[in-house]
Ligand binder design. Structure first.
Ligand SMILES: NC(=O)c1ccc[n+]([C@@H]2O[C@H](COP(=O)([O-])OP(=O)(O)OC[C@H]3O[C@@H](n4cnc5c(N)ncnc54)[C@H](O)[C@@H]3O)[C@@H](O)[C@H]2O)c1
Length: 432
């Protein structure tokens, strides 16, 4: 029986919590939870009590006591990105198996600390890059591995966040670069991880431009949104389609609104606020060690949610278009289901082949349940696609985001070797 603890009991932790006390309860026991907010801690505890599970609760300041007293075998980190490093490092030093949410961290300085400290204690952390597990994306991996399109030379990849999901990053802690690294790190770490894993390669340079085109005060005026408040709750504007009514969504009310007086975390801050630091549109060119070039775009105010990708190989092209249903993070009523995907293969001299798509059910296009199974089911779970992501894989995806941030700031190409040296390359990012 493995003893588990979770730190950061906000929107995302619930998936891990429920898995541990239900499906994987046979060989796991959730012994403790930790958060900086006493109200959110109590809300998680009450939810557990309803399932007849009792756990020890620790505030952030008592985290080291948690490690000492509860001695968890597994530490799950689901706190905000800028806090990951301290929990990953402290837990690893105490001998815990670390399972942390993506991105591995929000800054290059913290990334280097994590890699150095984990090297010292000779441990490997799992970073939950769940997107690899989506059946559609695994299908792309299989097709590329089969060699059907030859060697990948170029990739165009456009990720669209719509005005429901995309806007949500501008309401919360993500809006400041120091908290999330911006969308180039916080969101695109998923995308760069997919690319690294799909083509089994690592980036060598990045050039990028980015700006905040939509979520700013000037655009609010252009849209005729006047009398804005700092948050939706106190906003006097009568015609803002971005208004988030926390009180209308049970989980958002109980998780955030009811506990905001403890820490001032307002879940419904104005998406047009002038203090927002992160970009809502990024265009980048990333070059890889074996010569492939990625042209990447991220937009957070799109009319649709999903992605389009084309791999141009020496023997043909592979394309996938994925239409996603949008979601408000932490709102249980809008879990993603029923998305739509089209995959096609074009080989010179042959008709376009529409590839039959695998079925998927569960969060993030069917990715979450498969990933949880991989993490918590018995050891020895077969992994021919090498989907399990460790802290080196996660570092290689975050580093592209850090390079993009630096490139946007300096207006020039950034070499990865100028950011970090001697970063180990995990097996799945090498051509075997
Ligand atoms: N893989 C995915 O698809 C996915 C989806 C959503 C979130 N995430 C990740 O999960 C993590 C949590 O995101 P979320 O959406 O649940 O955020 P959230 O804001 O809903 O919850 C964060 C929780 O951490 C607590 N917290 C804040 N500072 C803390 C500290 N110093 N120590 C301990 N607890 C602290 C907050 O009180 C809150 O309960 C992030 O790293 C995010 O990137 C991943």
């Amino acid at each position: 029986m493995k003893k588990c603890a979770i730190v950061g009991v906000g929107g995302r932790h619930k998936m891990f919590r429920e898995s541990l006390v239900k499906k994987y309860a046979v060989n796991h026991r959730l012994v403790a939870i930790c958060d900086s907010n006493p109200g959110r801690l109590r809300y998680a505890e009450q939810s557990l009590n309803k399932s007849n599970v009792s756990v020890a609760c620790y505030l952030e300041k008592d985290f080291h006591k948690l490690l000492r007293v509860e001695k968890p075998d597994i530490l799950i980190v689901t706190s905000p990105d800028y806090t990951h490093h301290k929990y990953i490092i402290a837990g690893a030093k105490k001998g815990c198996q670390i399972i942390s949410e993506k991105p591995i961290t929000s800054s290059l300085v913290y990334l280097k600390k994590i890699v150095t400290e984990l090297n010292k204690v000779q441990t490997i952390a799992t970073i939950t890059h769940n997107y690899r597990y989506s059946p559609y994306r695994s299908q792309v991996k299989e097709l590329l591995m089969s060699g059907t399109i030859g060697t990948v030379k170029a990739i165009t990849f456009d990720w669209h966040l719509d005005r429901v999901h995309g806007a949500d990053y501008f309401r919360r802690w993500h809006r400041y670069k120091s908290n999330s690294g911006g969308l180039a790190v916080h969101k695109a770490t998923h995308h760069f991880d997919l690319i690294n894993w799909w083509i089994a390669d690592t980036p060598v340079s990045a050039y990028a431009t980015g700006d905040n085109h939509y979520y700013n005060p000037i655009n609010a005026k252009r849209l005729g949104i006047d009398n804005r408040g700092q948050r939706c709750k106190t906003c006097l504007s009568e015609n803002c389609s971005f208004r988030l009514k926390l009180e209308a969504m049970d989980n958002l009310q109980k998780l955030y609104s009811d506990n905001e007086h403890y820490d001032g975390y307002h879940r419904d801050q104005c998406v047009f606020d002038g203090s927002i630091e992160i970009e809502d549109m990024i265009r980048a060119e990333v070059r890889y060690s074996r010569g492939a070039v990625l042209n990447y775009g991220l937009v957070a105010f799109s009319p649709w949610e999903g992605y389009e990708i084309t791999f141009i190989g020496t023997e043909g092209t592979l394309s996938q278009k994925y239409l996603e249903r949008s979601v408000i993070n932490g709102d249980d009523s809008s879990l993603r289901e029923g998305s739509n995907v089209q995959t096609s293969l074009l080989i010179p001299g042959k008709a376009t082949e529409r590839i039959k798509n695998p079925s998927s059910a569960g969060g993030h296009g069917g990715a979450d349940p498969l990933m949880l199974n991989h993490i918590f089911a018995d050891d020895g779970f077969p992994d021919p696609l090498q989907r399990k992501s460790n802290h080196f894989s996660a570092a290689w995806s975050a580093i592209t985001g850090f390079a993009i941030n630096r490139s946007m700031e300096k207006g020039k190409v950034v070499l990865i070797k100028d950011l970090i040296e001697d970063l180990a390359i995990p097996n799945e990012l090498r051509l075997n």
